[in-house]
Design a protein around this ligand. Sequence first.
Ligand code: HAM
Length: 421
Amino acid sequence: MTTFTAPKGIPEYFPPNSAAFLAVRDALTDAARRAGYGYVELPLFEDTTLFARGVGESTDVVSKEMYTFADRGGRSVTLRPEGTAGVIRSVIENGLDRGQLPVKLYYHGAFFRYERPQAGRYRQLQQVGVEAIGVDDPALDAEVIAIADEGYRRLGLTGHRVDLSSLGDDTCRPQYRERLLAFLRSLSLDEDTRERAEINPMRVLDDKRPEVRELVADAPLMVDHLTDSAREHYESVKQHLRDLGVAFNENPRLVRGLDYYTKTTFEFVHDELGSQSGIGGGGRYDGLMAELGGQELSGVGFGLGVDRTLLACRAEGLDVGSAARCDLYGVPLGDAAKRRLVREAGALRAAGVRVDLAYGGKGLKGAMKAADRSGARFALVLGERDLEAGEAQLKDLSTGEQRSMPLDGLVDEVLSAVAKA
Ligand code: HAM
């Protein structure tokens, strides 16, 4: 018989650990909702050109990592490697940019990158993202960063920091690029690195090899060559972050893997995750909307890695998300008791209590074991004799206390026990 395995490099989440996955995703999306962002549900695949143009042909994401295929109509489509290009496409297509600005949107879901799988680096990754479109206000950049920080904090994370930099605007960046390229051309770099420098000189600043690091130690930095307006923007973002109480680390060598960034860029880093330490990142992308055929509107946003944030929580020993599948586990002993408990389970669920039952005619011992494993706080045992007496036994599985309660009015009794628990 053939057995099947999941595609390589894709994390799967199932109970009990999937509860922690959901808790991480929900903490990050809650932070976005509290700042007035509205949910968007977008396609998992788009026209390939959207990403090539939006993210940039020269990036690794586009040139090496996209899942691209021809659909049955012969169109080239790509599984989304990131969320920003799709959001901007949708905003333009649906005319959201003609309403009140900024348009504030959040999303969560799967993204696809054909990377070499390793711990924390997956081919299907999960992100929570926000995009604020249409207002070029440094307070909005600070808001976006503060939302991410707040989301991480709610989970109890303390070991993260945010690296911050400015990539300049469309006046100072091209000038800086030439300056940096001239500097890099004057160095004795290997052939490969030279070629990379010609395509994107900023990436060489991020090279991890010690010999290259040494060579580029005196390279000119973007933050020293900002136009007055880009500098004012950057200073203002930092001031707002201080006002918000969000600590940041200025890192003038911060390089992001996507081409659309302008001015503010940032990356959340967690030091206990080894080489895949980026738990989230983002920045401003003022030219993207026009590049994708829309108005000249600015934007700023982030993408937070849910998988990596979960790994960070584990690394810090945080117990996030309750793994309990239900509040109450019903244990019927005998057919008549089972019929009654099935009925009571329906009524309890309708009243909002999470209920599971021992199915398959388990004996008392096996059923109590299953009750423990379900994570329920209470077991409700109903035997033939209880049924005749018109009562059931409610056992608190955390204290071992047991008491009987009348079957008539069971829903109210259980509701109050669960509320007190
Ligand atoms: P990104 O930095 O490419 O930005 O991805 C955001 C986050 O997704 C990363 O910090 C990381 O936590 C997670 N991530 C990326 N690739 C992988 C992978 N292979 N395995 C596991 N996690 C991964 C963006 O995607 C931008 N769209 C963010 C943005 C929104 N910028 C502005 N708005």
